[in-house]
Ligand binder design. Structure first.
Ligand code: ATP
Length: 870
């Protein structure tokens, strides 16, 4: 039989067929699948997907149509200062001063080219930023679920959605289990929309009525589902929003805005002074044309119009450097705030610890104690049965108590529940799923228990979440004829014990007493004191009537180097607070090892926070370094209290519900590996490897960048002031102008061009990193900075004027005199640039050769200077 592939036209038509959202929502999903030639069970084949990809665009938004480089170049001429320069060239030609006209024209081209390159570089680096967090998706291809970049999705693909995911394209749902999607980015509706799969009978307006579609860019808040991709990229509903967003320019960072206003203020004063100089020159009878040329050149040179752009380039380059250190900063303003952060609230698991879980201890409900050896996700290791823990209140049963077989069975019962209530797989040493769950599978393998989960049909699952701190599954045993449903539960011990009415005592079930509960909790505390994470297991026919079977202690060692990072951060005035869902004992044990919990520190629980009002929390919070059994709502309260105390807070998060706290924090930090899309969306910064030490790298980079920006502002301001004052003074003193128009323009190139920019890439100095966090309210232009600027400008002016006066002592100004003066100015300014490399250290301490771009820029300027003829 011939296949569709043999009829290219039909095949192509089918592939190019587009289904509108409205249409897809009113027909059954089987028909959608048929129209889009896809199989809902297996998805597309790789070959088909490849062909479709060639026909449709990638599932991404094409960045704004690129303006041609030439038109961008000519756009620079629209700058009023350049137009003034052009006018001055025209005036020179009209009075037949071709020399001047030529020089000014050459200068215009150099100034325009430098500005163009700067702007181009800034745009390119900003574009790079957008590519840093490519969204991923999970999709069925040839019957297997595969995770790949969402840009490679095509129409007809079957996409799997789970809690925390960002919907990667427009999708017609074919399965929706408790699926609630946050569509606030479209509808403004904050309540998530509950989804279904049935065709829509009554049509409405807008996207909100299409309850069987999931739209690109929206976020899965609850449940799971799957569906057929009906539209991708710019053809999706989000594409329309995106087109509108394209029209809007992205807002500037506070620093960029303050640089803009600083530039405006400087322009205002400079124009005033230049006007005054020209007026004075005119009164003194100096040639009007010369005064005009000098005035215009001075305007170009003295006005630091390049300042905002140098700031942008510096920030963007810093962000790209951070990406190399595995920290992705999503928005430029974050970089400025980084240097101000004085408190970091960090998750424990995976951020401060390795998130490599190993079950090391098992205590059964009979209080049998077993220890497991071996680490990592492989079955190497064995179970050593230590015996029964001292238990006076325990009745002896059949003298069998210490029989190893009985102990083995009891231990296996704990792990059996742990494996059934589990979604992880460990195959060939590779873990798929959560590390906590993987550790239970590995522990079972050490006892030769394989395929435990496969003995049951899962009817229902209540996934683990950090509010509930439990996972529940309802199952039917595959080989059970009665078809009875059974619950299997694992989770935080207090929560599990709350639902237990009985406990397992060898093969008997005994009623749970208050004493017994207290005894189990005591054992859990002992494990917690050793830094182990405790997970209890239970089963039963009803959720209110569970049988407790025991608990496991899971080892998750602190990340190597985390303690040193914490010490360094403390040294630089940044406090760390540890927030965890784990118990008090586990949290405090780990915190002590990390140097976070010492004498004088306190630990606060989620429950205690709930009982406190805002004011009490504000009072208690400074001394508390450990927060245990906390859920996302507590994180929000903690951020608010810290901010009210005047702190600048960085907060890490990974779960779906962490989004609000991340948004509220001054810097929301999401986990790249274990974090959900929801939380990455809300965050300002993403730690690619979930590694705490990278936060320090980011803070250091933030501090360094601000320091560097301050340095080039100092350089630009001092050069500007020196040039202006020099001409103003010479006019006031009725002496000839020490610099001609061309020379002033050359100074502008040095000031706005490569030497200034290279100050922005100065390697971060260790002492700057040790400085305490900057106060956000402090302006960039401080008194010290102004003093520094005036001092540098004073030195340049005095030196240059001195040479000029000496050279023209014969009362005759020759080109040699101005060249000498000019060279003197440039060299003074180059030394000024050298001293601007650090605010606190001499250039010899920071190393003359430690900033290569600076050496090239200054070397280039000096060579340029040598080749200038006058
Ligand atoms: P973090 O420090 O990143 O907040 P955490 O691991 O300390 O994370 P949670 O993940 O909220 O905090 O875990 C809290 C408790 O919930 C754990 O002590 C454990 O008893 C239980 N728990 C953790 N993972 C699971 C799971 N997959 N299934 C059932 N219970 C779990």
């Amino acid at each position: 039989m011939r296949s569709e592939f043999d009829y290219p036209c039909i095949f192509l038509w089918k592939l190019m067929y587009r289904l509108k959202s409205e249409e897809a929502s009113v027909i059954p999903y089987e028909e959608v699948a048929a129209r889009l030639s896809t199989d809902i069970k297996t998805g597309l084949s790789w070959k088909e997907a490849e062909i479709r990809q060639k026909l449709y665009d990638f599932n991404e938004f094409i960045v704004r149509k690129q303006q041609s480089l030439w038109s961008k170049y000519f756009e620079q001429f629209k700058n009023p200062l350049i137009l003034l320069l052009l006018a001055s060239a025209v005036v020179s030609i009209s009075v037949q001063q071709f020399d001047d006209a030529f020089s000014i024209t050459a200068a215009i081209f150099i100034v325009v080219t430098v500005a163009f390159i700067q702007e181009y570089k800034s745009e390119k680096s900003l574009e790079e930023l957008n590519k840093l967090v490519p969204p991923k998706c999970t999709c069925l291809r040839e019957g297997n679920s595969e995770t790949f970049l969402a840009r490679n999705l095509v129409v007809g693909d079957i996409v799997l959605l789970s809690i925390g995911d960002r919907v990667p394209a427009d999708i017609r749902l074919i399965e929706a289990v408790d699926l609630a999607i946050d569509e606030s980015s479209f509808t403004g509706e904050t309540e998530p929309c509950l989804k279904t799969t049935a065709p829509i009978v009554i049509k409405g307006n807008g996207v909100s009525h299409m309850k069987n579609l999931a739209f690109m860019g929206t976020l899965v808040r609850c449940g799971y589902g799957r569906g057929i991709v009906i539209n991708t990229g710019i053809s999706s509903e989000f594409g329309e929003v995106f087109k509108m967003m394209q029209e809007e320019d992205s807002p500037k960072t506070p620093l960029q805005r303050s640089m803009d206003s600083l530039g405006k203020q400087l322009s205002f004063y400079s124009f005033g002074i230049i006007g005054f100089i020209m007026f004075l020159g005119w009164i003194q009878g100096k040639p009007i044309l010369k005064m005009f040329n000098i005035g215009v050149s001075l305007a170009v040179a003295a006005i630091p119009e390049g300042l905002p752009i140098v700031v942008t380039v510096t920030l963007a380059l810093g962000v790209i450097r951070m990406a190399k250190k595995k920290v992705i900063v999503k928005k430029l303003p974050t970089v400025e705030t980084l240097g101000c952060v004085n408190i970091i609230c960090s998750d424990k698991t995976g951020t401060l610890t390795k998130n490599e879980m190993t079950v090391t201890t098992i205590i059964t409900s009979e209080l049998y104690h077993a220890e497991l050896t071996g680490v990592g996700y492989n079955s190497k290791g064995q179970c050593n049965y230590i015996g029964q823990l001292d238990s006076n209140d325990e009745p002896m049963i059949n003298n069998q108590l210490h029989d190893t077989t009985v102990q083995i069975n009891a231990v296996k019962r704990v792990l059996e529940v742990g494996c059934i209530c589990n979604n992880a797989d460990v195959i060939g040493g590779h873990l798929r799923g959560q590390p906590t769950e993987g550790s239970l599978i590995v522990a079972a393998q050490k006892l030769d228990m394989y395929g435990v989960r496969e003995k049951y049909h899962r009817v229902q699952e209540v996934a683990f979440n950090s509010d509930q701190k439990m996972m529940i599954v309802k199952c039917i045993a595959k080989f059970c004829t009665t078809g009875d449903e059974k619950f299997f539960v694992k989770g935080a011990i207090e929560r599990v014990l709350n639902s237990c009415t009985r406990y397992s005592l060898n093969d008997n079930l005994v009623p749970m007493t208050a004493d017994k509960k207290a005894r189990f909790l005591r054992e859990a505390q002992v494990m917690g004191h050793k830094g182990l994470r405790v997970l209890a297991t239970a089963y039963g026919n009803k959720m209110e009537d569970l049988v407790f079977v025991g608990m496991v202690g899971i080892l998750d060692p602190p990340r190597p180097g985390a303690a040193e990072v914490i010490r360094t951060l403390y040294g630089s005035g940044v406090q760390i607070k540890m927030l965890t869902g784990d118990s008090e004992e586990t949290a405090c044990a780990i915190a002590s090892r990390l140097g976070l919990y010492a004498f004088g520190n306190t630990a606060l629980s989620g429950e205690e926070i709930d009982r406190m009002n805002e004011e009490t929390l504000q009072v208690k919070i400074p001394a508390s370094t450990v927060f245990y059994r906390v859920s996302p709502s507590h994180k929000l309260k903690i951020v608010k209290a810290l901010q009210k105390n005047g702190n600048i807070v960085g907060m890490t998060g990974d779960g779906v519900n962490d989004g609000v706290a991340l948004k509220k924090a001054d810097i929301g930090i999401a986990m790249g590996k274990n974090g959900t899309d929801v939380c990455k969306e809300a965050a300002d910064m993403i730690l690619v490897e979930d590694d705490f030490s990278t936060i320090m790298a980011a803070i250091e980079e933030g501090k360094g960048l601000y320091h560097n920006i301050q340095n080039f502002v100092r350089f630009q301001l001092s050069t500007s002031i020196a040039a202006l004052t020099l001409i103003a003074l010479s006019t006031l003193m009725r002496i000839p102008n020490p610099l001609n128009a061309m020379q002033i323009l050359w100074i502008n190139i040095i000031m706005d061009g490569p030497p200034a920019q290279s100050l922005g890439v100065e390697p971060v100095d260790n002492d700057v990193l040790k400085q305490p966090p900057r106060n956000v309210k402090h302006p960039m232009i401080t008194k010290d900075l102004i003093l520094n600027v005036l001092l540098s400008a004073g030195i340049i002016i005095t030196g240059t004027l001195f040479i000029f006066m000496k050279e023209m002592s014969d009362n005759h100004v020759t080109p040699r005199d101005t060249t000498m003066t000019f060279t003197c100015f440039v060299f003074f300014d180059m030394f000024n640039a050298l001293s601007c490399r650090s605010q606190i250290k001499s250039v010899f301490t920071i190393g003359l050769f430690s900033n290569k771009p600076f050496l090239f820029a200054v070397g280039g300027s000096i060579i340029g200077q040598i080749f200038r003829y006058q």
